[in-house]
Design a protein around this ligand. Structure first.
Ligand SMILES: [Zn+2]
Length: 429
């Protein structure tokens, strides 16, 4: 069976133009005009007139909570949420129970991801056993078992010696170290960004240096070891400056920013509301601007959601007790398109580059991020013209913990395909 996606506005090779996409046996067979003549039998046509046809988005940072915390999310519900957001490849963090910190556990996760995921779910292995910053994992064995890269996301690697050894091992295997940077000795029990807004709300603050000082350390270690060092969710202007300087010095570093750090600053936190509690926290207005500038000048390579679902209980009450994190898969593209592309700050081509080509390219995912003949038919179709409201009842994630519910936006996902199969289709109401 073949599928023809007709008359869409295709994003390909860095530009947007009108073309049809012909799909056969899960692969893109051809891109061009008048392709209905190529295959005559059993051809299913999808009309994409006035719609954006994009490569399936790629998210290198999601939390699926499975096994261990399936009341928050499962591989199945998390991947349904990804498909709803237009994502076709995601990379799942290892802060699970048990932590995938042995080759056997990584192998098990990889096969579960494949069985339960409706999109392609890649698996991070941890850097240390139990995410504890002490005993290093069997990097070689974990790579062979299918680990995508190594990360202790959720906490920083606390000692330089451990990070140095991890980087040396990962570099020898040509694997990336993906770092949540956070120095625990600089946290002082904070729950939001340290500053005027925290003082107004009477809440303990998290200093920017808890992040940037560890990036500074890691960049020097990355220079020494030559590892591909990727920084998760940069949030401060000092972090951006350090990565910019490191790139000038040809250190092998990449980094990501989350949609919420681009969209909000601490001044936007309306009150003691756990839906605004995330790690790293929403920073100051100048930090937010530095993140936008960092994307525009190429210091920041990609946007990753840090999709972090939690139960209602865990996100209700006082910010001091609530869990860190918000969901992101189902709101990222529409929120960013509406607030940055519609307003002329980013071009649509730039946004798509940061959400598809760049993450795939920087992590060497050969079969993701671009629409090209011969590649897997992983794509998403978006409606950029019709305004809609982000509604809680439309979420496919188990988590509803996002401050973006109720926003009026453009960029609704109409259809998502993985290997030529529909994994999400908008219901006609
Ligand atoms: Zn993190």
């Amino acid at each position: 069976m073949a599928t023809l996606i007709k008359n869409g506005n295709l994003y390909q090779a860095g530009r947007i133009y009108q073309a049809d996409v012909l799909i056969e046996d899960g692969k893109i067979k051809a891109i061009g005009k008048n392709l209905s003549d190529v295959v005559k039998e059993n051809l299913v046509e999808i009309d994409a007139t006035n719609k954006l046809v994009a490569p399936g988005l790629v998210d290198v940072h999601v939390h699926y909570r499975d096994p261990g915390f399936t009341y928050k999310e499962t591989i199945h519900t998390g991947s349904l949420a990804a498909a709803h957001g237009g994502y076709t490849t995601v990379c799942a963090m290892p802060n699970l129970d048990p932590v995938p910190d042995t080759p056997e556990l990584v192998e098990k996760m990889c096969s579960r991801n494949q069985e339960d995921g409706v999109v392609k779910v890649k698996q991070y292995g941890s850097i240390t056993h139990g995410l504890k910053s002490e005993e290093l994992v069997d990097f070689d064995g974990m790579k062979k078992a299918g680990a995508f890269a190594f990360s202790n996301d959720g906490s920083g690697v606390q000692t330089a010696g451990t990070m140095y050894q991890a980087m040396k091992s990962a570099a020898a295997l040509n694997m990336a170290i993906v770092a949540h940077v956070e120095d625990n000795s600089l946290l002082f029990g904070g729950v939001m960004n340290a500053g005027k807004r925290a003082e107004e709300l009477g809440l303990p603050g998290i200093l920017g240096i808890s992040e940037s000082s560890q990036i500074a350390r890691d960049l020097l270690l990355a220079k020494e070891t030559g590892v591909h060092y990727h920084v998760c969710h940069v949030s401060t202007k000092e972090s951006v400056e350090l990565v910019r300087l490191a790139k000038q010095h040809k250190i092998n570093v990449t980094c990501e920013v989350s949609p919420h750090h681009l969209l909000l600053a601490d001044v936007d936190i309306p009150g003691n509301d756990p839906y605004y509690k995330m790690n790293p926290p929403l920073r100051g207005v100048e930090d937010r601007q530095a993140l936008i500038d960092g994307l525009l000048d190429g210091t920041i390579d990609m946007i990753a959601t840090d999709h972090a679902p939690h139960s209602i209980d865990e996100k209700t009450g006082d910010m001091r007790e609530a869990s860190f994190g918000i969901t992101g898969s189902e709101t990222a593209f529409a929120m960013l398109y509406t607030k940055f592309v519609k307003t002329g700050i980013f071009t649509l081509e730039q946004l798509l580059q940061w959400m598809s080509i760049n993450p795939a390219e920087k992590f060497g995912m050969e079969d993701a991020g671009e629409l090209l003949p011969g590649k897997s038919a992983d794509l998403a179709i978006f409606d950029l013209n019709k305004e809609y409201v982000i509604k809680e009842e439309d979420y496919l994630s188990k988590g509803i913990n996002t401050p973006f519910t109720g926003e009026k936006v453009y960029g609704q996902t109409v259809l998502t395909m993985v290997d030529g199969q529909k994994v999400y289709q908008k219901e006609e109401k």
